[in-house]
Design a binder for this molecule. Structure first.
Ligand SMILES: O=C(O)CCC(=O)C(=O)O
Length: 371
């Protein structure tokens, strides 16, 4: 079996160690193009403005804030409120021929989300975030993953890069005691992801970005209550190739069915469809219960086997939409999905997964944090 990560940032870093370091010189441009497969965004003087912004943040202040967010939920019990999916939704007409309802960010209104979630269990909002910001964010994901994988940077930027990209809140170790935290970290390392809270500064940066894009209001309107987030299910992703075929799952299988949830999955580079980088395989149907594991060897007790998906009628309806940097896919804990499966991917994929829950109706086992 081929396990090499084709054209991934790691692969490139091994071949060209000098140019893969974070730097402001022209080589940064080349690194970004090689690692993300994206076109250069700016002229040769290009600097990664998101990395720069992160390096200038007050890491100690970010750490205090994220510690406080975790502490806010210690000893807090969920209350089974009415879930968003229990509320009657309007029926909007999306254009013919869309397999997944989608809308441009400029035209988006909350009823698009309510209607699409009720009919298809998901909605794509095109261009919700700036493509330039998200293209820059790919490098942030590289740096965060290198830090969590134990590949600290060398050179003059090393200390500030370490302080910015790997500064998990101390509270994390008490809310996710051993061996749970070690297990979560090993799971992410193997799959090509990192918990966002491993970097307090990335977490706080993203919360500010989300708020400036109006996400806090959209999520609160949809859930019918203010949102909280989850330390375990707020994830920076650059999936390891090759992709696991048996990744079909509904997050409700381990979060519980009764919760009030909304996931925002943001593509940070061009992926999905025939793009050469894995997007997401989806069964765009409004499910309201957790399906069985299915026959034929599901990998985890919360996953559904590829065999079961293929032998069910659902196979006809499975789709893998194409995404551009900054597009967002919204869905909840009942949607059947997996990382897009294929064995001919040639480019890495970068994404940010952020699960929101009702501030009262949340899954305690996903380690909530306040917003
Ligand atoms: O990014 C991926 O490939 C998987 C994401 C996922 O499973 C999720 O957002 O729940």
């Amino acid at each position: 079996m081929k396990t090499e990560r084709t054209l991934s940032a790691d692969h490139f870093a091994l071949a060209y160690p000098e140019t893969s370091r974070y730097s402001n010189v022209w080589s940064q441009l080349w690194v970004t193009v090689m690692s993300t497969g994206e076109r250069p965004v700016k002229a040769p003087s290009y600097q990664n403005s998101v990395v720069d912004e992160l390096l200038q943040r007050d890491a100690a202040k970010d750490l205090n804030r994220i510690n406080q967010r975790l502490s806010d939920y210690v000893n807090r019990e969920p209350v089974p409120t009415l879930r968003a999916i229990d509320i009657k939704a309007p029926k909007l007409n999306f254009p013919e021929g869309q397999e997944v309802p989608e809308i441009k960010a400029k035209a988006f209104e909350i009823d698009h989300l309510r209607s699409a979630m009720a009919s298809h269990g998901c909605l794509i909002i095109r261009g919700l975030f700036s493509s330039t910001t998200m293209a820059d964010f790919c490098r942030v994901i590289d740096l965060a993953m290198e830090a969590t994988e134990g590949q600290p940077k060398q050179g003059e930027d090393a200390a500030s890069i370490a302080e910015t990209f790997l500064n998990p809140p101390s509270e994390l170790a008490s809310v996710v005691p051993k061996p749970g935290l070690d297990f979560a970290r090993a799971f992410h390392k193997e799959g090509g992801s990192a918990m966002c809270v491993e970097s307090a500064s990335i977490s706080e940066y993203l919360l500010e970005l989300y708020e400036s894009a109006g996400i806090k209001k959209i999520v609160a309107d949809y859930l019918g209550e203010a949102p909280c987030l989850s330390a375990l299910k707020w994830v920076l992703r650059r999936p390891t190739l090759p992709i696991n075929r048996d990744g079909w799952h509904q997050d409700g299988a381990f979060m519980g069915e009764g919760i009030n949830s909304l996931n925002m999955w943001i593509a940070a580079n061009h992926c999905g469809g025939e793009s050469g980088a894995p997007g997401m395989d989806l069964l765009p149907q409004r499910l309201t219960e957790i399906l069985g594991e299915g026959e034929g060897g599901a990998v985890f007790d919360w996953s559904v086997s590829d065999h079961a998906m293929k032998t069910s009628q659902s196979n006809n309806a499975i789709i893998a939409p194409a995404f551009e940097a900054g597009d967002a896919l919204f869905f909840d804990h009942f949607l059947l999905h997996r990382t897009q499966y294929g064995n001919d991917f040639t480019r890495p994929r970068y994404a940010v997964e952020t699960w929101f829950f009702g501030e009262r109706n949340f899954p305690s086992n996903q380690v909530p944090l306040s917003w």
